[in-house]
Ligand binder design. Structure first.
Ligand code: PXL
Length: 275
């Protein structure tokens, strides 16, 4: 059997819950070989981001070349890219290596408010990265910044998704995690023609650090294995739901999600341990 591989181009979270660390853990749990190109190093824990050290764009370029020239990859995910120069390099390399399964998580701001993308880099993200994206996975605040639409209603969500599609992403997954609804979270998937809704029960917890990274990494892993976007999003939704539900006790602030949960629950089901 050939090994399926996925590359994450993102920032490091020293606390292990988000960024590169969340991506690699998710790839591993979903049986995909994980590789990385670091764009920044954050000093971070569950209490917040203490410092951000961006990589030089040439270092990002060379990491991607190292992978592109030897190993190749079945799918790519981008996370924290920090500045316009890094965005341009990443977009050029994706085109050069003709990578098609590209998931763009347009990371902008960490939970505590720390900036993970320079304000003036938003237009570079729209101009260079969305045109090479198969899937873009904004949360509501990110979609608002990218589209200028203030999102309150379902119609607003659909309008924002259409704008993101027009900017070049072939599929738009607008995540409902920041919705006001106390009962449920509804994600919208738009493919240029139809609006599909994925609904899940909203879980009450403060341990949601890295949720967005984990969700988009799971989509990437599923694409690497040959799933289509609908299957990949549905599986990623299951993966993140149990990762939030099966809480870990790590740190004193917003703890990480549980990357083991999906497989642990599945193995319990298989072995009848929870009957
Ligand atoms: O969840 C967004 C995110 C992405 N990448 C890094 C992060 C965070 C959030 O804190 O630290 C490195």
């Amino acid at each position: 059997m050939t090994t399926k591989k996925a590359l994450t181009i993102a920032g490091s979270d020293s606390g292990g819950g988000a960024g590169i660390q969340a991506d690699i853990k998710t790839f591993q749990e979903l049986d995909v070989f994980g590789m990385s190109a670091l764009t920044a190093v954050t000093a971070q824990n569950t209490l917040g981001v203490q410092a951000v050290f961006p990589m030089n764009a040439d270092a990002v370029k060379q990491q991607i070349d190292s992978i592109g020239k030897d190993m190749g990859t079945e799918a790519v995910k981008t996370g924290m890219l920090f500045n316009a120069e890094i965005i341009q390099v990443v977009s050029e390399k994706i085109k050069q290596y003709k990578w098609k399964n590209v998931v763009v998580d347009p990371v902008m701001i960490a939970k505590g408010g720390a900036s993970l993308l320079e304000r003036e880099a938003t237009s570079a993200l729209k101009q260079y990265l969305l045109p090479v994206a198969l899937v873009v996975t904004p949360n509501i605040p990110e979609a608002e910044v990218l589209t200028g639409v203030s999102i309150q209603t379902i119609t607003d969500k659909e309008k924002a998704a259409m704008i993101l599609y027009e900017l070049g992403a072939k599929y738009v997954v607008l995540k409902g995690g920041h919705d006001e609804d106390p009962e449920k979270s509804v994600d919208l998937l738009y493919d240029g023609t139809e609006f599909n809704y994925f609904q899940s029960q909203r879980l009450q917890t403060k341990n949601t650090h890295g949720t967005g990274c984990t969700f988009s990494a799971a989509i990437t892993a599923e694409l690497a294995k040959g799933s289509n976007v609908y299957q990949a999003v549905a599986k990623a939704k299951e993966f993140i739901q149990v990762a939030i539900q099966e809480e870990l006790v790590v740190g004193n602030g917003h703890g990480p999600t549980n990357h083991w949960a999906y497989n642990r629950l599945r193995s319990q089901d298989l072995h009848g341990e929870n009957r």
